[in-house]
Design a protein around this ligand. Structure first.
Ligand code: TXA
Ligand code: MG
Length: 317
């Protein structure tokens, strides 16, 4: 069997050059971010974007997020308005994606944005990906590095597993947050298309207006809000107090006993810790061969709202 570790690239100055070369050739590569690992390619190149969609088996109508080092490049591609600057100053670089109007002379390939007039842009905080972005004269189109509708990866080995070692991945440690970025739409009525670590309350405090979460909208603006998503591929049942021994039991808080089938997201009831463990447990449970997952109630505050959002999607049929 091929040694899967051969596809994991350690991050050092020699390898930085190698990584830059790969990306400049319009090839694609797995990269760390603070939310989840991404599959990055040149956003100004049709061939790299094609590769991303093909490898992920992603529906072409689902636009990619474009990742930038800073505003210098971003301002050439999208219209940055007042509200954007307010939130950007407070939360970027960090786990938030902004949906903005695309400029007419933008160099982002229409294919990356599913031919929409808008673009999702993000400034990731992870130091490794920032060092790479800084060296490039183009932004990176970068969806989560998993097969469509599967579980987002949070470490290099997850990426190797997802793509059966066909993709190289840069080691940037375990993703600190473990859940995908908050997607904030700033075109038309401001709303959140995908909840994440940065909450509506935090955005309301900056913009001083009420922010709605509209993942249930009829016209799908953000296909990450399609119901079946982020799924370990086995039936999942939510808000359960007990669980048969033969099924996996995802729990939260100290009152649940430690048993062989229990996967406690956070014994100290810390929602950030729970977010970080969620996808890790999904993967472990799947590997261990469980046929069903039961999940206890998770508090719906802070990042707990995003945890519940992912659980609902993972449990939808
Ligand atoms: O944390 C993250 O955002 C990760 C890391 C790698 O940056 N990326 C990520 O990408 O989660 P992806 O492709 O798995 O999810 C992107 C989400 C999708 O729900 C997509 O529909 C939405 O962002 N999106 C992208 N561009 C959009 C646009 N122009 N309008 C509405 N939704 C958009
Ligand atoms: Mg994804």
């Amino acid at each position: 069997m091929k040694n899967i570790y051969l596809n994991i690239i350690k991050f050092n100055s020699k390898n930085l050059n190698k990584i830059i070369k790969i990306l400049k050739k319009n090839d694609i590569i797995g990269l760390p971010t603070e939310t989840v690992y991404g599959l990055g390619g040149n956003a100004y190149s049709n061939s790299s974007i094609e590769k991303i969609f093909n490898v992920k088996k992603r529906f072409k109508k689902n636009p990619l997020i474009i990742h930038y080092y800073d505003l210098n490049h971003a301002k050439k591609d999208v219209v940055l308005d007042k509200n954007f600057y307010k939130i950007y100053k407070k939360f970027s670089p960090g786990p938030i994606t902004f949906i903005l109007k695309k400029k007419n002379n933008s160099r982002i390939k229409p294919l990356a944005c599913a031919n929409l007039k808008t673009v999702g842009i993000r400034f990731p905080k992870n130091k490794v990906v920032r060092k790479i972005l800084k060296e490039l004269n183009f932004p990176l189109a970068m969806p989560s590095a998993n097969k469509s509708s599967s579980i987002s990866p949070i470490k290099p080995l997850d990426v190797c597993e997802e793509f059966k070692n066909k993709i190289k991945v840069v080691d940037g440690g375990v993703s600190k947050i473990g859940l995908e970025s908050t997607v904030l739409n700033l075109v038309g009525k401001t709303n959140i298309l995908r909840p994440g670590k940065i909450t509506p309350k935090q955005i309301e405090n900056v913009l001083k207006t009420k922010i709605r979460i509209s993942s249930k909208q009829k016209t799908i603006k953000s296909p990450g809000s399609f119901r079946k998503h982020y799924s370990p591929g086995i039936p999942m049942f939510l808000n359960k107090k007990k669980c048969p021994k033969k099924y996996a039991f995802i729990t939260f808080g100290a009152r649940y006993p430690v048993t062989r089938n229990s996967f406690n997201l956070s014994r100290k009831s810390n929602l950030n810790e729970a977010a970080k463990n969620l996808y890790k447990y999904f993967r472990n449970i799947k590997k261990k061969g469980y046929k069903k997952i039961y999940v206890t109630k998770i508090p719906n505050k802070g990042i707990g709202y995003a945890i519940n959002d992912r659980l609902k999607r993972a449990s939808s049929k």
